[in-house]
Design a protein around this ligand. Structure first.
Ligand code: A3P
Length: 317
């Protein structure tokens, strides 16, 4: 394990750096540290550091970037299916039927944790929750592409509150919805604040539209066919007329659909990243489920924060 190879001296230095950072209790991970202006889970600080210092991007690499609970799993599946469609022409023996999308498209922050490995075929497709300003230079400087999936912050809150409770580590106990909401409004959540995470990628997508494609979960739900074509064009893997006639797009959409993935044997049990139950990545897969959880005062407060944080940026929900 790459991360256990550092000497004791380095461990002591790490401890010293950590002890100087602001610390808060996470939703699933006991300690979050305010590291490079985002709330980084303690267990990933070393990984993020090594990723920043050592990762060498290739021009053909593809990054699926997201704030947690924004639709990462879905976009990983779609991206993997698009770029590998020549290798797996039969939908019946597709790797997505025998592996979870997080195993096929590893999160860089988790890549060296034993059960997840660096892709060996090109284009390599990676996932990341690291905010844009903290990405390694080689990603910025190479010709690799980034697809960011964003989601309505109301729905992210509900998805995160339900998910993190199921996967939380000792000694955390269940957060009441009011407690979680308070933290959320202050940006305190794994990889938060969510508004700066979204803004970082949003701004870059406006500045470099050929480098960063900014997608919304809601748009994928509304017209997945159009979005799949857009992703394929952006990545330089456009569908041919023949593929369109043969309904290749439709079969990718079906393979990656919520029902198909949730009910697939491979996603019903087992863990990934050594502690995350695969089945918890598939809950409802709907938009606007937040209406079942938010009180009028919560709604008012979050609307106000979004106005404050996103007003004038062109980013709206
Ligand atoms: P809900 O909790 O609202 O159901 P992430 O993959 O970033 O962790 O996001 C998880 C959210 O995406 C969950 O939302 C989950 O149900 C939903 N999701 C997972 N797979 C999906 C799919 N194939 N299609 C649509 N939504 C999906």
């Amino acid at each position: 394990n790459l991360f256990n190879m550092e000497g004791q001296q380095e461990n002591a230095e790490d401890e010293l750096i950590l002890s100087s950072l602001p610390r808060e209790m996470g939703w699933a991970i006991p300690d979050l540290y305010l590291f490079q202006q985002f709330w980084c889970p303690s267990i990933l600080i070393k990984e993020v550091n090594i990723f920043q210092k050592q990762f060498q991007a290739k021009d053909s690499d593809i990054f699926v970037a997201s704030f947690p609970k924004s639709g990462t799993t879905w976009l990983k599946a779609i991206t993997f299916a698009i770029v590998n469609r020549q290798c797996f022409s039969s939908i019946h023996n597709h790797p997505l039927l025998t592996s979870n999308p997080h195993q096929l498209v590893p999160a860089v922050e988790f890549m060296y944790r034993g059960d997840i490995h660096c892709p060996t075929t090109e284009p390599r497709v990676f996932g990341t929750h690291t905010p844009f300003p903290s990405l390694p230079n080689s990603i910025i400087e190479s010709k690799c592409k980034i697809i960011y999936i964003c989601r309505n912050p109301f729905d992210i809150f509900v998805s995160a509150w339900t998910f993190f409770d199921k996967i939380k580590l000792e000694p955390l106990s269940t957060l009441k919805i009011e407690e979680a909401f308070e933290k959320y409004c202050n940006g305190i959540i794994e990889f938060g604040p969510w508004w700066s995470h979204m803004q970082g990628y949003w701004k870059e997508s406006l500045a470099k539209p050929n480098k960063v494609l900014f997608l919304k979960y809601e748009d994928l739900k509304e017209d997945v066919n159009f979005q799949v074509k857009k992703i394929a064009d952006f990545l330089g893997f456009p569908f041919t007329q023949e593929e369109e006639n043969n309904e290749v797009i439709e079969s990718i959409i079906k393979l990656c659909s919520f029902e198909k993935m949730k009910n697939s044997e491979v996603n019903k049990s087992g863990i990934i990243y050594q502690f995350l139950e695969k089945k918890y990545f598939f809950r409802k897969g709907e938009t606007r489920d937040w209406v079942n959880y938010f009180s009028p005062s919560m709604t008012e407060k979050l609307c106000k924060i979004m106005e404050e944080k996103f007003g004038g940026s062109g980013l709206s929900f």
